[in-house]
Write a protein that binds this ligand. Structure first.
Ligand SMILES: [Zn+2]
Length: 182
């Protein structure tokens, strides 16, 4: 135990099975979180992948997305996704919400950062409050289903893909939806 929250001790080993350099096909050596090609000197670090997501709230209810793809297909998730490497995070949030829900969101308060295992990756997630004043959400892209949930009717913890969402939604519910809306 190193005193950090449990999610910060997970290590998924993204580079563990690397054998060949992606640039020159030379032999690559992986030393824990770092890979080095002995032929061309290429190096790679096992960083987490940045992603963005939102608690979209309307009339006191929050929008959740049921995952249509692995990992965690069928579990509840917050809508959002991975950033492109040159993408502003808030622009990426708007893009992901448009792709997955069809909604144009208004981005509100920044709620914080969490780190989650995601298949062979770790994902570093930035989370905002948001509103979507107009239109009904329509599931698309990686999302199988979208639904609005009141604080007292959230899915069971075991039905969520990521434990940080359980904690974040519990905080939202405890704060009262009126005070944490967009
Ligand atoms: Zn190489």
């Amino acid at each position: 135990m190193d005193g950090r929250p449990a999610q910060y001790r997970d290590r998924v080993g993204r580079l563990d099975e690397w054998r060949f350099c992606p640039h020159c096909s030379g032999p690559i050596e992986v030393d824990g979180r770092h890979a080095v090609c002995s032929a061309c000197g290429f190096q790679e670090w096992a960083n987490a992948a940045p992603a963005v997501e939102a608690l979209v709230v309307r009339h006191g209810r929050v929008l959740l997305a049921r995952r249509g793809v692995e990992p965690h297909a069928g579990k509840w998730d917050l809508p959002g996704g991975f950033l492109d490497e040159d993408e502003d995070p808030v622009d990426g949030l708007r893009r992901e919400l448009r792709e997955e829900t069809g909604l144009a969101i208004e981005v509100g308060a920044f709620l914080g950062v969490s780190l989650e295992p995601y298949g062979r990756w770790s994902v570093l997630i930035l989370t905002w409050l948001a509103t979507a004043p107009h239109g009904e959400p329509a599931a698309a892209d990686d999302v199988a289903e979208l639904a609005w949930f009141a604080p007292a009717q959230l899915p069971a913890a075991a039905d969520f893909a990521f434990r940080s969402h359980v904690e974040r939604l519990a905080l939202w519910a405890a704060a009262g939806s009126g005070r944490l809306e967009g």
